[in-house]
Design a protein around this ligand. Structure first.
Ligand code: HEC
Length: 441
């Protein structure tokens, strides 16, 4: 059914002969304007309504596939070429490309009347006009793919430390991802498309890294680990490349129009977890946190925050009754070595506790399990996004609240306001073996 329609639509496109008014134009540029990935040259002056750039995208009203939509109780008609070049009801077809441009710039409807006020009147440069026209001939067609996508493949990239000090973690994440993507591909892939993953080493200079990503132009960067304030982040934002299941936590919760979906909770959530773990601790002595990896130290009530395990161990020497200490993964070894065994220990994880234990059983570290969870999340999101993808499809899919079990005991939740998968996990370590804290936030 779909195939027939696509064939029919492209046959119509081939038949439609409007007098062309401009020479060769850049379809990609028109696509960027249509979808709002590039702003119009005149900024807020681009429309009579002085719309900010996020509302000037044609896709906002006419749909990501040119299928049309409803806006403020008004119907924005389909913009696919075959619709523009056929009569609609009583109204004649657009007779020339210049007439379509008149609709966009002057609000002249088919047949010469005025379009309703919901359709903005655009002031466009010549380049923008020809780019938009060129793209209107493509929108909604079977081959109107976003970058990185074609009929057979969805090309993804990951950016990991694959050389240098952290390379063991980087390779473990990559192995976990590759295994899960291979499994999805051997099950038929996603709507018949295979997922192809390019691994990019972050241990190279900023320019080389940006070039590496740009040349590959993936549909999305998945499961990467890189400093979020590094220049590559700007580059990805500029190119509107979605970042999915990133393994570097953000500082605060993400804004809703961000192009990011995190696997790990933001640092402020991890700080809340530390506070709450300490509040729930029954040891008679002081309550301390060691936060060398979290640039979030605050001092609350009788809690004391140390920058290193050594510092805390030194201070503990003069304390008579055992206390409680909370710390992250990167301090775990030092805490076990230096802090008195009589103290209660709370390991705060940026993922649910079962991931830590699964990781220990299957691969001696949690990175493999994290990589696998990344790939499972990507597959789940893309499956929800459907077979027709555009740049924001995975982000839109996330906004319909859902829950998915990425690993036994490690469910991920999403909704419009929540762009990260997991809450922090807490492992209580008393004298014996670690036991998983019941409460996860
Ligand atoms: C804020 C919503 C909105 C935005 C943004 C918008 N349009 Fe429209 N557009 C409409 C509505 C609503 C109509 C129908 C008006 C009417 O029928 O009177 C319309 C009508 C049209 C028509 C006439 C279609 C026909 O079949 O008669 C064209 C062509 C068009 N828009 C192109 C565009 C292009 C190109 C862009 C982006 C540069 C764009 N529009 C952006 C809402 C919008």
């Amino acid at each position: 059914m779909k195939r027939t329609f696509a064939f029919f639509a492209s046959a119509l496109i081939a038949c439609a002969t409007l007098s062309p008014i401009m020479a060769k134009a850049d379809v990609a540029e028109g696509r960027a304007l249509y979808h709002g990935h590039a702003g119009f040259a005149r900024g807020v002056e681009a429309t009579n309504l002085h719309l900010p750039s996020e509302f000037t995208a044609c896709a906002k009203c006419h749909g990501a596939f040119g299928e049309g939509g409803r806006e403020g109780g008004v119907t924005a008609p389909a913009l696919i070429w075959s619709a523009l070049t056929t009569p609609r009801g009583e109204a004649p077809a657009f007779q020339a490309e210049s007439q379509i441009l008149d609709a966009v710039t002057k609000g002249v409807a088919r047949g010469g009347a005025a379009l309703g006020p919901t359709m903005p009147r655009y002031t466009l440069s010549d380049v923008e006009m020809s780019a938009l026209l060129a793209y209107l001939k493509h929108v909604g067609r079977a081959d109107d793919y976003p970058p990185g996508v074609d009929r057979q493949t969805i090309r993804l990239a990951t950016m990991l430390p694959l050389s240098g000090d952290a390379s063991a973690a980087g390779h473990a994440v990559l192995d976990g991802m590759t295994g899960a993507f291979d499994a999805a591909n051997s099950n038929g892939g996603l709507y018949g498309r295979k997922l192809v993953l390019d691994a990019i080493d972050i241990e190279q200079d900023a320019q080389a890294l940006a070039k590496d990503v740009t040349l590959r132009r993936p549909f999305a960067v998945v499961g990467g680990m890189w400093r979020l304030d590094a220049p590559i982040s700007l580059e990805l934002a500029k190119q509107r490349i979605a970042k999915i299941a990133t393994l570097t936590p953000h500082k605060d919760a993400l804004s809703l129009d961000a192009w990011d979906i995190d696997l790990l909770p933001p640092l402020d959530q991890q700080r809340n977890a530390i506070e709450s773990a300490l509040n729930n601790c029954e040891a008679p002595g002081p309550k301390w946190a060691i936060v060398s990896n979290l640039a979030i130290a605050t001092q609350i009530g009788d809690q004391r925050w140390f920058a290193s395990a050594a510092e805390a161990a030194e201070a503990a020497k003069v304390i008579s009754s055992p206390g409680c200490v909370a710390y992250g993964l990167s301090d775990a070894a030092a805490v076990n070595a230096a802090m008195p065994v009589t103290w209660e220990k709370r390991l705060i994880l940026p993922f649910p506790a079962p991931i830590f234990l699964v990781g220990r059983e299957e691969s001696s570290n949690p990175w493999y399990a994290l990589g696998r969870a990344v790939a499972r999340l990507v597959v789940e999101l893309f499956a929800r996004a459907g077979s027709r993808l555009n740049e924001r499809s995975p982000l839109v899919a996330l906004e319909q609240s859902f829950r998915v079990e990425l690993e036994a005991g490690a469910p991920a939740y999403f909704d419009r306001a929540r762009h990260y998968a997991w809450d922090p996990g807490i492992i209580t370590i008393s004298a014996g073996a670690p036991k998983i804290g019941r409460k996860q936030f």
